[in-house]
Design a protein around this ligand. Structure first.
Ligand SMILES: Nc1ncnc2c1ncn2[C@@H]1O[C@H](COP(=O)(O)OP(=O)(O)OP(=O)(O)O)[C@@H](O)[C@H]1O
Length: 663
């Protein structure tokens, strides 16, 4: 167990050259246990949301069923002894009632076992539902799905933001020292990443900044495995001590102390042999889960980027990489299999030896004439009954051992799921702390202002992108953001949208930041109807049909009427195809632009939104922006678009900037 829990913390004592002291080991085990309990508590809260929840009721029914099943199994186990006796005595009168009862018990036994399996599965499905829905809620809150993919480095820079309605005075500034950790995901293996504070200081990463691999794998697979393991073994854990006690007492009644003692000693010997083989398997299971996630991600990536990869004609290189990822998964699967080989060998040995242990134990009283007064039929019944009880007792111990094995898988999955829950909650808390302080200053003529704004890349190196930027964006004075590729244009949008907080100075919002409309460089298309694409990110239930004629007019004007044909002229029809795959880049840009027209924002941030369209369409797009009276900041490389802007904010090479007025 010690080893299993060491693994929760990601420590690998067996590989360390310096042997830790016993005290260190103990405190280490304690810490690991604490951490496990913390994660388990998070998971349990989801498993049993209340006393009268479906899962609590199912769990109680399962427990009752498992207890009754054990009773029935006991009765069924004694039937063979009774048959020995009845048949040896050639007692036909006793045979028929015995046959009828045994058939009835066997039917009840099968029925209860099927019910047990059914409820176990049902419970694991219900638990999966609870946990997954809870995770989903947090995953989509505070853009967790983004922050978990882009693990950013944190530092204690001070962010100053303005309070509602207050102008630039010292008391309007707020200092936020605990910003959302920002950083870039790397390949640090979570299992090696100690959660211990000392390690964090060394790495410069806070506890909240532990890198999590494959959040999607945790949500889709690990939760499922965790729920089914818990549903399978927890009832057994709960009833095992009683059942073991009962069978121990029964074997004691037959042959005295030697009965249960022989079984306990026998089991302990095997447990000592098997014990050291279990812990390494838990570690391998964790790593295998991670590799499974990597492999699935690789395939998903291939699906999403199939066309680009096909254009590059890079099948061979993709194949190599895919197989490399798969080989890593295979290697770890082989390792697990090898490690399990020894364990399974010993488990099988223990089961088969257990089968004859009863006869060894009975041999002593039989050969020492203890049962000399028993008739042969009574002795046959006694041997049959005792061997059943003894074998079942051994089976119960072995089951207990299997439960331990399963616990290592529960520990691994609890860690993965608990970590994800904790990480998401931290992100949400930090984000709400940040959002609470990101308030708005009302000045009707302006959209936003950057004051002494210094923007850094939020990774460990903290490269400065722009220094000391002072700029006030007036409504109607549209701004062109220009500069060399990679100088930080999109990053400025990231800061304004709140995705990056790695800046000092201030961003003052003169309108609700939620009202700013962003058109990102890479268009995203959701599943659903053509209307869903245009109204995105609005939710379908909020849409009315009154906008349809307008949308059809826009589609015609932007040369997208043919899309209507693909959806049988029905804007709300949900096609099977994937929009991202069937649209050209220019079409994607034109269709995304319709979102601006649909939402009519007062202020939009547009990232290279005309880069793939012809000049005629570009003119049309800008004309429409003026028509809907949308103030905008747009990033563009083409000089042709200058004329649609009044101000050019030009990022220069030395992290500086120029503000130019366009005539
Ligand atoms: N998540 C990230 N982690 C680390 N560095 C990043 C991240 N995103 C962007 N960068 C880096 O920040 C710098 C600025 O990127 P940004 O996307 O703002 O450039 P840009 O000026 O918009 O470029 P382009 O004109 O090519 O789109 C680049 O060097 C980029 O590599």
């Amino acid at each position: 167990m010690n080893r299993i829990f060491n693994y929760i913390r990601g420590d690998e004592y067996p590989n360390q050259t310096r042997t830790p002291s016993n005290r260190h080991k103990l405190s280490h085990l304690f810490e690991s246990l604490k951490l496990f309990c913390k994660y388990l508590a998070k998971v349990l809260k989801h498993l049993f949301p209340s006393f009268v929840s479906a899962s609590s009721i199912l769990f109680i029914i399962l427990l009752i069923d498992v207890v009754l099943l054990e009773f029935v199994v006991y009765r069924v186990g004694l039937f063979s002894g009774r048959f020995y006796k009845v048949l040896s005595d050639r007692d036909l009168v006793a045979f028929w009632p015995l046959a009828a009862t045994s058939i009835a018990y066997i039917i009840i036994n099968s029925l209860m076992k099927s019910i047990k399996d059914f409820i176990t599965n049902l419970l694991s499905i219900v638990w999966r539902k609870y946990i997954t829905l809870g995770l989903h809620e947090n995953y989509f809150q505070s853009k967790n799905f983004f922050y978990l993919q882009h693990q950013f480095d944190s530092n204690d820079d001070i962010i100053n933001v303005f309070i509602d309605g207050q102008n630039s005075s010292s008391n309007s500034k707020m200092q936020i020292t605990n910003r959302r950790p920002l950083g870039i995901q790397n390949s640090v293996e979570p299992i090696l990443g100690d959660l211990n504070c000392m390690e964090q200081n060394v790495n410069g990463m806070s506890e909240e900044n532990v890198v999590l691999d494959n959040p999607d794998q945790r949500i889709t697979q690990d939760v499922k495995n965790l729920c089914s393991s818990i549903a399978n073994i927890v009832p057994l854990i709960l009833i095992s001590p009683f059942v073991i006690g009962w069978y121990g007492y029964q074997t004691y009644k037959t042959v005295g102390y030697s009965g249960p003692l022989a079984v306990v000693v026998y089991f302990l010997v095997w447990a000592m042999i098997n014990g050291p083989l279990t812990a390494p398997i838990a570690r391998v299971i964790y790593k295998q889960d991670k590799k499974e996630g990597d492999f699935r991600f690789k395939h998903m990536n291939l699906r999403i980027n199939a066309e680009s990869i096909a254009f590059y004609d890079s099948s061979q290189s993709e194949l190599n990489k895919m197989n490399q990822t798969f080989n890593e998964l295979l290697n770890i699967s082989y390792r697990r299999n090898w490690k399990e080989l020894m364990l399974k060998l010993f488990i099988n040995l223990s089961q088969y030896f257990g089968g004859i242990l009863a006869y060894f134990v009975l041999a002593i009283p039989i050969f020492t004439h203890v049962y000399d007064d028993y008739s042969p039929t009574d002795l046959a019944q006694l041997i049959s009954n005792y061997s059943f009880k003894c074998q079942y007792l051994i089976y119960l111990f072995t089951r207990l051992y299997d439960i331990l094995n399963e616990i290592s898988s529960i520990v691994g999955n609890t860690k993965r799921v608990g970590e994800l829950m904790e990480k998401m909650t931290n992100n949400i808390n930090q984000s709400s702390r940040y959002d609470q302080k990101k308030l708005i200053d009302h000045q009707d003529d302006f959209c936003l202002q950057l004051e002494n704004f210094t923007l850094q890349i939020p990774d460990a190196k903290r490269k400065v992108l722009v220094k000391n930027l002072n700029f006030k964006f007036k409504r109607g004075e549209n701004v062109l953001i220009s500069g060399r590729s990679g100088c930080g244009k999109t990053s400025l949008f990231r800061a304004i949208s709140g995705l990056w907080n790695s800046y000092s100075g201030q961003i003052r919002y003169f309108l609700d930041p939620n009202e700013i409309f962003f058109l990102p460089q890479n268009s995203y298309f959701t599943s659903g109807s053509l209307l869903d694409q245009i109204s995105y990110p609005a939710q379908r239930q909020n849409l009315g049909n009154e906008s349809s004629p307008k949308i059809i007019e826009w589609l015609a004007e932007f040369g997208l009427s043919h899309l209507l044909e693909r959806v049988n002229s029905d804007l709300t029809w949900v096609p099977e195809f994937n929009w991202s795959l069937i649209l050209s880049n220019g079409e994607k840009q034109r269709l995304s632009f319709l979102r601006v027209l649909y939402h009519k924002p007062k202020f939009a941030l547009l990232d290279e939104f005309t880069s793939s369209v012809d000049q005629q369409t570009e003119v049309l797009m800008y004309e429409y922006l003026f028509k809907i009276e949308c103030s905008f900041m747009s990033i563009a490389h083409r000089d042709t678009v200058k004329k649609y802007h009044q101000i050019e904010l030009k990022f220069t090479n030395d992290k500086n900037y120029d503000i130019l007025h366009i005539n």
